[in-house]
Ligand binder design. Structure first.
Ligand code: ADP
Ligand code: MG
Ligand code: ZN
Length: 560
């Protein structure tokens, strides 16, 4: 009669054995238990509900948000001889009627339903009249209002529990932060369900994050030297950048195609199918590209703009190396990325809580970019997983030096403070750097900024180095992009601690920019990068006096 899960795996699906937690999850659900399953894409979530649906009496009801994925799954199951069908808006009523009858007659092992369809009276009544083996809620992170895939219909799914308290429910997702996990369990009322969390490590992907300067050149260089002729994906934030970058790569002999939501559907699908079929195509795309695209031999995923969250970064880079062979995740990021994203958050619609959440997501992404320890460790840590340093990412292979940037930070923060307090002005990064480096540009002269006491106190560092300092201050929220727009910078609550000398700031120095001169590291290692000339030292005395003054008064004014 009914066979065991393992027999079903072998006989129906033709695989020898279960992977990871599959056996435990399936056993638990077969016994009637609820479960929350977190497994990376490609980890094998489908079998976790398909096999219990076959083993238990009745039909497994699978809630799935994407019609295309539903069709693919049903087709694959039919080919294996499993009695599967779906109900969604792409069907005519006659076909839907046939599916309904088959369900009522107990002739279906699996029935895939879109959430909005499931929650109709008609469908709920239908389900009440048949026998249900389990409910599986695939892509369960769609229930998270904060996530990138929020679907309001998913919120209604908590009623399944009330209406069918004895039917096991299984929620599955590849999105795995602790916050999302709690949210799923809460909203779907999976209070007592065990969480099965698979490893999210992708050992064959090598992570690399570099400092951006001429990003298209850097990208071309990367492709030509490390992935010549390989298939890859390049992610950009805007459609215009997608177009430019694809053109640039083509002009330089790399076969690249654009993909974004602004292209018409036929161009998009033509480009997608060329990417899937031909060898060595580089797809330049917005994040509109990728969901449901399963090409095993993508050798690299490059980001030329900063992703908005670690989850997004993980999902996107996860499209590389599905075949298990070595692949690269490459990201170039710089000061402007931080300014731009902070600005976008300021300007985004939504309440404060929403903006705070976006801010926290960005902070985590920036933390990954600025870390001086293993990238993989940091990435997995975001998913609550602990590993030893991987020995394979950029920071493991070439550990960046950390340097004491406290003084540099004080200089720049005091420039921001002075401008605001003495002149009521705020400026963007470029102009601030010009002030610090003492450049007599037209703009400087126009505003008479050469008369500021901070003018020229940062001549000891290069423009590039200052951009690095600013980037890291913004990344760590010692500086903020103000709410007025234009990317002008303002102090934050924590700026004061730095100005008062209560905080030491260690910054990351990129390996490429290591001082090439001498190897006498003993003398250099203390504060490499900053050697104060005498005049600057004098200016620093005045700065110190001023800091005392600030400390004496009520501290830095609230918004400064
Ligand atoms: P997910 O939904 O987690 O992204 P899928 O369920 O689509 O992953 O599975 C990804 C691939 O892994 C499929 O091709 C599937 O057939 C295969 N797979 C899953 N489990 C096993 C197993 N135990 N043995 C062999 N292949 C498996
Ligand atoms: Mg899946
Ligand atoms: Zn590492």
């Amino acid at each position: 009669m009914t066979s065991s899960p393992l027999q079903t795996l072998q006989r129906v699906f033709g695989y020898d054995s279960f992977r990871g937690d599959q056996a435990a999850i399936i056993e638990h659900v077969v016994q009637g238990g609820d479960a929350l399953v977190l497994m990376p894409t490609g980890g094998g979530k489908s079998l976790c509900y398909q096999i219990p649906a076959l083993v238990r009496p009745g039909t497994g009801i699978i809630v799935s948000p994407l019609i295309a994925l539903m069709q693919d799954q049903v087709d694959a199951l039919l080919e294996l001889g499993v009695r599967a069908a779906y109900l969604n808006s792409s069907q005519d009523w006659r076909t839907a009627r046939q599916v309904e009858q088959a369900f009522l007659a107990g002739e279906l092992d699996l029935l895939y339903v879109a959430p909005e369809r499931l929650l109709t009276e008609r469908c709920l009544d239908l389900l009440s009249d048949g026998k249900i083996a389990l409910f599986a809620i695939d892509e369960a992170h769609c229930v998270s209002q904060w996530g990138h895939d929020f679907r309001p219909e998913y919120l209604g799914l908590s009623m399944l529990h009330e209406r069918w308290p004895d039917v096991p429910r299984l929620a599955l997702t590849a999105t795995a932060t602790a916050v999302t996990r709690r949210e799923i369990a809460e909203r779907l009322q999976l209070d007592d369900a065990p969480h099965y969390v698979a490893s999210f490590d992708r050992p064959n992907i090598r992570y690399r994050i570099i400092e951006k300067n001429e990003v298209r050149r850097q990208l071309l260089d990367f492709i030509q030297t490390e992935h010549d002729g390989d298939c890859g994906i390049v992610y950009c934030l805007s459609r215009a950048r997608v177009e430019e970058t694809a053109q640039f790569l083509c002009d330089n002999g790399v076969p690249a195609l654009p993909y974004h939501a602004g292209l018409n559907a036929s161009v998009r699908s033509a480009n997608q199918s060329r990417f899937l079929r031909e060898e060595g195509i580089v797809m330049v795309a917005t994040i509109a590209f990728g969901m449901g695209v399963n090409k095993p031999d993508v050798r690299f995923v490059a980001h030329i703009d900063l992703p908005k969250s670690v989850e997004g970064y993980y999902q996107e880079t996860g499209r590389a190396g599905r075949d298990g062979l070595p692949a690269t995740a490459w990201l170039a990021y710089g000061l402007q990325d931080v300014v731009q994203q902070r600005r976008m958050i300021n300007e985004s619609a939504g309440d404060d809580a929403f903006r705070r959440r976006l801010g926290a997501q960005l902070d985590a992404m920036l933390g990954l970019c600025e870390t001086v320890s293993c990238r993989r460790q940091r990435l997995l840590n975001y998913f609550d997983q602990t590993i030893a340093p991987c020995g394979n990412c950029d920071t493991c292979l070439e550990p960046p030096q950390a340097w004491d940037g406290t003084i540099a930070a004080q200089k720049i923060l005091s420039a921001v403070y002075r401008l605001w307090r003495e002149r009521g002005q705020r400026f963007g990064a470029g102009h601030l750097i010009d002030i610090l480096r003492g450049k007599l540009t037209d703009r400087i002269k126009q505003y008479e900024h050469e008369t500021l006491t901070v003018f020229g106190i940062g001549a000891d560092l290069s423009d590039q180095a200052w951009r690095g300092v600013l980037r890291q201050l913004l990344a760590q929220s010692y500086l903020a992009v103000d709410h007025e727009g234009y990317g002008t910078l303002a102090l934050t609550e924590t700026s004061r601690d730095v100005l008062k000398g209560e905080r030491t700031l260690m910054f990351r120095r990129e390996p490429e920019k290591k001082p090439r001169s001498s190897r006498s590291s003993a003398s250099r290692s203390k504060t490499p990068g900053i050697e104060l000339p005498a005049e600057a030292q004098a200016l620093f005395e005045s700065l110190r006096t001023w800091r005392a003054e600030v400390a004496r008064s009520h501290g830095v004014p609230a918004y400064v």
